[in-house]
Design a protein around this ligand. Structure first.
Ligand SMILES: [Zn+2]
Ligand SMILES: [Zn+2]
Length: 155
């Protein structure tokens, strides 16, 4: 159902996954009914407390009739950095909700990209982490793990 590629921090060996499509964990985390429960157990949105808060506000006021989710790519138009985030859409009878993500460098709101090729985006995402640094140790020494070895299909 999806594919994933790996970037690695040369300094602390932290793995950064670049994903497209959808895995089981993300699917469970964005099913509407157990949204609150599942995100606590799965930790999918731990880094994005604002997304959790805004989703909760919306789901408290709206009855979700349909939901859709997958990993997609986002771009900061002001500093041109690209990001890979879990996109989802909850639809009610007259409204819909999608999460907002923000640039970690300049804090601008990110734009959702139409392009979904994770191979093409891998180099762009690597560039981003070479600017914003490793999430664990802030080192900017980020490398791509050999694609031949690391392409995986998950779920
Ligand atoms: Zn690191
Ligand atoms: Zn930016």
């Amino acid at each position: 159902m999806g594919s994933a590629y790996e970037l690695e921090c040369k300094s602390c060996r932290h793995e950064i996954w670049v994903r497209e499509g959808i895995g089981m964990i993300e699917m469970i985390a964005t099913q509407t009914l157990p949204f609150e429960i599942s995100r606590e157990f799965l930790g999918v949105f731990d880094e994005y407390p604002k997304v959790v808060k805004e989703t909760k506000i919306w789901t408290d006021k709206n009855v979700v009739e349909k939901s859709e989710s997958r990993n997609r790519f986002y771009k900061c138009e002001s500093c041109q950095l690209s990001y890979n985030h879990l996109w989802f859409r909850f639809v009610s009878c007259n409204n819909f909700f999608e999460p907002s993500y923000f640039c970690e460098s300049c804090k601008s709101k990110l734009n959702l990209l139409d392009s979904e090729g994770s191979v093409e985006m891998l180099e762009e995402i690597a560039k981003t982490y070479r600017v914003i640094g490793c999430p664990e140790c802030h080192s900017k020494d980020i490398s791509e793990v050999s694609l031949d070895m690391e392409i995986i299909l998950y779920d």
